[in-house]
Design a protein around this ligand. Structure first.
Ligand SMILES: Cc1cc2nc3c(=O)[nH]c(=O)nc-3n(C[C@H](O)[C@H](O)[C@H](O)COP(=O)(O)O)c2cc1C
Length: 309
């Protein structure tokens, strides 16, 4: 089985990814957070630090793209390939954020199967690159996703990542496995599962239900518990109480070298929403922690939490 690091916009940038790979095992592949496709004249892929090859030496990485114009995909993929050598790309048609959906991007494109098929047809016929899609069940209803799967079944896609929720649900409720069962019947493509894998038990339950799935994508579960990929693969995680603070301290130092203290604090706070689950921090205590606006005080307090755990 293969484990993929999910794209998490604003979190899994190259600094985060590299730190994670250096300290924890089990991750085989990664999809980057989305980058916007553009027409050739407007492109400046030289600025796309997140996919610079020198920033992505640890784990095979696929750039993720977002947009809705077939020609923009072709232009962007060619430019990225020529500049950096990437030969595989992923298309995000699952992002449920309102500003994205309003612009018919991300999950906002799922009610429009003609455009989805247009992009896939154009890319697969006009470029030699491997292309894949990351989708939800639909924006408003699973009928949208089913229609897309049927339309895409004969195109030479690399794989399809499915997060079995609707866009309108955002992250509420549970992944809808009954719909996912139905989705499997409508596609021959290789499916990568993404959604709510938080523990070994979650994984075993899903693996039993879907023995044909070989690729599993971890997002928030890996943020909460960076040992999760190792645990799913049955690898020995050694002394977690020593490894985690080492990782946390090193990553914080790397962030401070790359961005200002204020941004590092914001990133740490975002992550502590997830670590709170790992360290069983009650909601009120987490709120208190997140109210701290001084970097040093916040950092010292979090180190204490880690040490006392
Ligand atoms: C903060 C955040 C940012 C995300 N950014 C992206 C993104 O850039 N591209 C994408 O395809 N999915 C994105 N996702 C969705 C995740 O990749 C994943 O499919 C989803 O979180 C379900 O998996 P999980 O329960 O393992 O986190 C994001 C999710 C979160 C919570």
């Amino acid at each position: 089985m293969k484990i993929w690091l999910a794209p998490l916009h604003g979190i899994t940038n190259y600094l985060f990814r590299n730190s994670l790979y250096r300290h924890f095992g089990g991750i085989d592949y990664c999809v980057t957070p989305f980058l916007p496709v553009q027409e050739k004249a407007k492109l400046n892929v030289k600025n796309w630090k997140d996919i610079w090859p020198k920033n992505n030496t640890e784990v095979p990485t696929i750039p993720q793209l977002m947009g809705n114009k077939p020609a923009h995909f072709v232009d962007t993929m060619r430019a990225v390939h020529d500049e950096y050598g990437y030969e595989a790309f992923n298309w995000n048609i699952g992002c449920p954020v309102a500003q994205v959906v309003r612009r018919r991007r991300g999950c906002g494109i799922m009610p429009d199967p003609d455009t989805v098929e247009d992009v896939v047809r154009t890319v697969t016929s006009q470029t030699p690159y491997r292309f894949s899609v990351k989708m939800r069940l639909g924006l408003n209803a699973p009928a949208e996703g089913l229609e897309i799967l049927e339309r895409l079944d004969d195109y030479p896609l690399d794989f399809i990542v499915i997060h079995p929720r609707l866009g309108v649900q955002m992250y509420e409720g549970k992944p809808d496995l009954e719909q996912l069962d139905l989705f499997f019947k409508h596609t021959h493509h290789r499916i990568i599962y993404s959604g709510d894998l938080f523990s070994v038990q979650d994984f075993e339950r899903l693996q039993k239900r879907y023995p044909e799935i070989e690729d599993w994508m971890l997002g928030r579960g890996l943020l909460q518990n960076p040992f999760l990929a190792e645990q799913l693969k049955g690898l020995d995680s050694g002394d977690q109480r020593q490894r985690f603070p080492k990782y946390y301290q090193k990553w914080t130092r790397e962030m401070l070298e790359a961005v200002k203290e204020k941004s590092t604090l914001a990133k740490l706070k975002e992550l502590w929403h997830y670590y709170a689950a790992f360290y069983h921090i009650p909601a009120a205590e987490l709120q208190q922690l997140l109210r701290i606006n001084d970097f040093d005080i916040f950092y010292d307090r979090t180190l204490e939490i880690i040490k006392d755990s």
